[in-house]
Design a protein around this ligand. Structure first.
Ligand SMILES: [Zn+2]
Length: 384
């Protein structure tokens, strides 16, 4: 067997309603009593966090809520949140929200514990020292950020940079499906498809794919593909919401170890240049990247097809195409407009997007097929 290493968050609590008893959960697990909650203003104003915040205070925690996080958080926001958390004397960092809030929480926990500047942390394994205790509570089912060692920061006007380091794995993640029932159908669809992309790209990752990430990816894809439409059609369907949340977590565990590739590399410029949400960006380029990859590496897609599409027969290339068509039908059924031009992207921006995508070398090295700038442009054109 090929040697491999696998890391994940050591403590997972998956329990409907758990956020309402978060105070007791954290009081028995941590010594810290000054908690900095990192979240976004919309979530804070919605009242969704109230049961969690009330339970923290009832359990004796001093709580500072910082709700400055915005989607695609810029580096200056990370530094500003850190300064406020430091002034408060935070001893534990609690990220509650989507990927952006959880990513900022990771960085705040690291920045508070050391003297290293954020600018020195970009890339893989550049973080020195340790971090404050860190707990993550996702409110969307998609990013899997609660179990990944990755934080994405917007640096400058149009670029997103990643920080990947073992210190960014949280001590604990709490998954409460009650927190996801209010998500609108479009966000449910886009984030759910993002989670499916995590599973697919982990399963086909060129370098670090391993038996554990494969099993996680397969189970994740099964859960996500069977419950995506249910969760979109009825947001209060708790069984579907729980399956999506678990599927997202399993995909997160998979891609934390077998990293994502060209779908994400081509999605990031859409966020950077046009502020398309991460999940939507991934959904838009997904089938086109898979067709490109399947031409030279169809075997893994054929395996996924066998797991997902009942009664499938035929040769490997045909099965790979069936898998891609299955995904396309699923994403179309969510009602998301699936063309770049339907999201305000002009045709003359495609060459710039292709040039930007080539900068995502951290991701492109994981792609099952070598991808040039001309390939990237052709993929954007077919997605246009
Ligand atoms: Zn993603």
């Amino acid at each position: 067997m090929q040697a491999f290493s696998f890391r994940t968050v050591p403590h997972l609590l998956i329990e409907r309603g758990a956020s309402a008893r978060l105070g007791d959960v954290l009081a028995t697990r941590f010594q810290a009593r000054r908690v900095c909650v990192v979240t976004d203003g919309f979530l804070h104003a919605s009242g969704l966090l109230q049961p969690a915040l009330a339970s923290l205070r009832a359990a004796g925690f001093d709580v500072l809520v910082i709700d400055d996080v915005q989607a695609d958080p810029p580096d200056v926001v990370v530094d500003a949140v850190t300064a406020r958390a430091r002034a408060f004397g935070a001893q534990l960092v609690l990220g509650i929200g989507g990927g952006s809030s959880m990513d900022v929480a990771k960085l705040v926990a690291v920045l508070l514990a050391g003297t290293q500047a954020l600018a020195e942390m970009y890339g893989v394994d550049q973080v020195r020292g340790e971090r404050l205790p860190l707990v993550q509570v996702p409110t969307t089912a998609g990013t899997g950020s609660e179990v990944t060692p990755i934080a994405i920061v917007t640096t400058g006007a149009t670029t997103k940079s990643g920080i990947v380091a073992r210190q960014l794995y949280a001590d604990m993640a709490v998954l409460d499906a009650d927190l996801t029932t209010g998500l609108p159908a479009t966000i449910t669809a886009a984030t759910g498809i993002d989670a499916m992309v995590h599973a697919i790209e982990a399963f086909t990752s060129r370098r670090l794919k391993n038996p554990l990430s494969d099993q996680l990816a397969l189970q994740s894809l099964d859960l996500l593909s069977r419950h995506l439409l249910r969760a979109c059609q009825d947001g209060q369907d708790l069984e579907a919401r729980e399956a999506m949340l678990l599927g997202s977590l399993l995909a997160g565990q998979a891609f934390a170890n077998a990293p994502v590739a060209a779908v994400h590399a081509l999605a990031y410029p859409l966020g950077g240049r046009f502020h398309l949400p991460h999940g939507l960006s991934n959904a838009l380029v997904l089938p086109h990247v898979l067709r490109f990859n399947a031409e030279t590496a169809p075997a893994a897609y054929a395996q996924l097809a066998e797991a997902l599409v009942p009664g499938l027969s035929g040769e490997v290339p045909a099965k790979a195409q069936a898998f891609i068509r299955h995904l396309e039908a699923l994403t179309a059924a969510t009602g998301l407009p699936m063309r770049l031009r339907e999201h305000g992207i002009p045709a003359d921006a495609l060459p710039q997007l292709a040039a930007d995508a080539m900068l995502q070398t951290r991701l492109l090295v994981n792609n099952p097929r070598e991808l040039s700038e001309a390939d990237a442009l052709a993929i954007y054109r077919s997605a246009f």
